[in-house]
Design a protein around this ligand. Structure first.
Ligand SMILES: NC(=O)c1ccc[n+]([C@@H]2O[C@H](COP(=O)([O-])OP(=O)(O)OC[C@H]3O[C@@H](n4cnc5c(N)ncnc54)[C@H](O)[C@@H]3O)[C@@H](O)[C@H]2O)c1
Ligand SMILES: O=C(O)C[C@@H](O)C(=O)O
Ligand SMILES: [K+]
Ligand SMILES: [Mn+2]
Length: 352
């Protein structure tokens, strides 16, 4: 019997609705497998925790998480209670950073049965590799003075190591897929870091002569995501560019509620973390209508990571069959609840 010990952080808002849904699917998958079980240990770290304790997780929170094989997280943020930069940096980004989860893998593809806002969604299938530990997301800088004199400096950090690591990872991934890699740049407007990014991209590309490459400025690239997503296979992007691109990727699939993500630790020193692209969705929280697909597809990525690719594929198949049958939450044009959609996926999975 293989047993996986997973730390679970539902977090805020709909995290508390879609995480239990995905855990049900993982348990159903374990049942289907027969020789697999999960031990889920839940941690109540979120904005309510912050209001009680003055921090998003306990002092020794990271040490506690470190003993698990993976972290499964819902969403972090409740701006009515805690400013977003405090909650995000106190939990989500803290874990990404401290656990050296330097790569964020975010797939987007056309799914039959979901109406895309594109006139011709025609089978696009892409993966954004988002640099996940530096770039525009840095706490380097500060604020000074008051009133008319006030100012803020926010530094973007691009290290050789971090940039090359993300680009190399993307080349490796492209080689396993359709052999095409696009670089998201902005070397026309961003004077130092983006020409540097381009240099590293060119240099690393020498090691992958069989991979076709393209490089677009992020503004044009964002537009191409909407007008012709079919041209993309793998896209490598800095932290902020990758963040924005993946919301567009979610949007062209038909809903932010279905996009999955994996924060990957490459050196094996810390667990990886699995959490969907979407946030805590305060506007629909508590109504039981949150789309569980983003979290369930994220669970599929965790299964892949734990070495159960075949089972992961079965989860994806069940999920797609449920969508195709019309059992869908309102954000993708249906009338089903989170629970109804989840139950249908579980029962299909068990019948596969
Ligand atoms: N990785 C994360 O944990 C993460 C990601 C994005 C935003 N946030 C946080 O979440 C909070 C809300 O942010 P936001 O409104 O910008 O983004 P959001 O993703 O929470 O919501 C954007 C819109 O998409 C909808 N939506 C999101 N997930 C859905 C789902 N599963 N099913 C159906 N509809 C869904 C929401 O109802 C909302 O209309 C903020 O505190 C923000 O910082 C966290
Ligand atoms: O990384 C972020 O900015 C938080 C959230 O928007 C995300 O995409 O995970
Ligand atoms: K999330
Ligand atoms: Mn985002």
């Amino acid at each position: 019997m293989i047993k996986h010990e997973i730390a679970v952080i539902p977090g805020d808002g709909i995290g508390n609705e879609v995480v239990p849904a995905a855990l049900n699917v993982l348990n159903a998958a374990a049942e289907v497998h027969g020789g697999l079980s999960f031990k889920f240990t839940e941690f109540p770290w979120n904005c309510d925790y912050y209001l009680k304790h003055g921090m998003m997780m306990p002092e020794d929170g990271l040490r506690t998480l470190q003993s698990f094989e993976a972290v499964f997280l819902g969403a972090v943020g409740d701006p009515a209670k805690v400013p977003d930069h405090i909650s995000l940096w106190g939990l989500l980004i803290k874990i990404r950073r401290e656990f050296e989860q330097v790569i964020n893998i975010r797939p987007a593809k056309y799914i039959q049965g979901i109406v895309s806002p594109l006139v011709n969604p025609n089978d696009f299938d892409l993966i954004v590799v988002r640099e996940n530990s530096e770039g525009e997301y840095s706490e380097v800088g500060g604020r000074i003075h008051k009133g008319e004199d006030q100012m803020a400096i926010q530094n973007a950090i691009f290290t050789r190591k971090g940039t090359e690591r993300a680009i190399r990872y993307a080349f490796e991934l492209a080689a396993k897929r359709r052999g095409h890699l696009t670089s998201a740049t902005k070397s026309n407007g961003i004077f130092h870091s983006m020409p540097f990014w381009d240099d590293v991209f060119k240099e690393v590309s020498q090691d992958y002569p069989d991979t076709r490459t393209a490089s677009y400025h992020i503004d044009a690239l964002a537009a191409f995501f909407v007008t012709r997503p079919q041209i993309f296979d793998v896209i490598v992007a800095s932290n902020l560019f990758g963040d924005i691109l993946t919301d567009i990727g979610a949007a062209i699939m038909g809903s932010i509620g279905i996009a999955p993500a994996a924060n990957i630790n490459l050196n094996g020193k810390f667990p990886s973390m699995f959490e969907p692209v979407h946030g805590s969705a305060p506007d629909i929280c508590g109504k039981g209508i949150a789309n569980p697909i983003g979290q369930i597809w994220t669970a599929k990525m965790m299964l892949d990571h734990l070495g159960h690719q075949e089972l992961g594929q079965q989860v994806l198949d069940a999920m797609e069959a449920t969508i195709f049958s019309g059992i869908k939450t309102p954000d993708i044009g249906g009338k089903a609840s989170t629970q109804e959609m989840t139950d249908d996926i579980c029962s299909r999975l068990k019948k596969l």
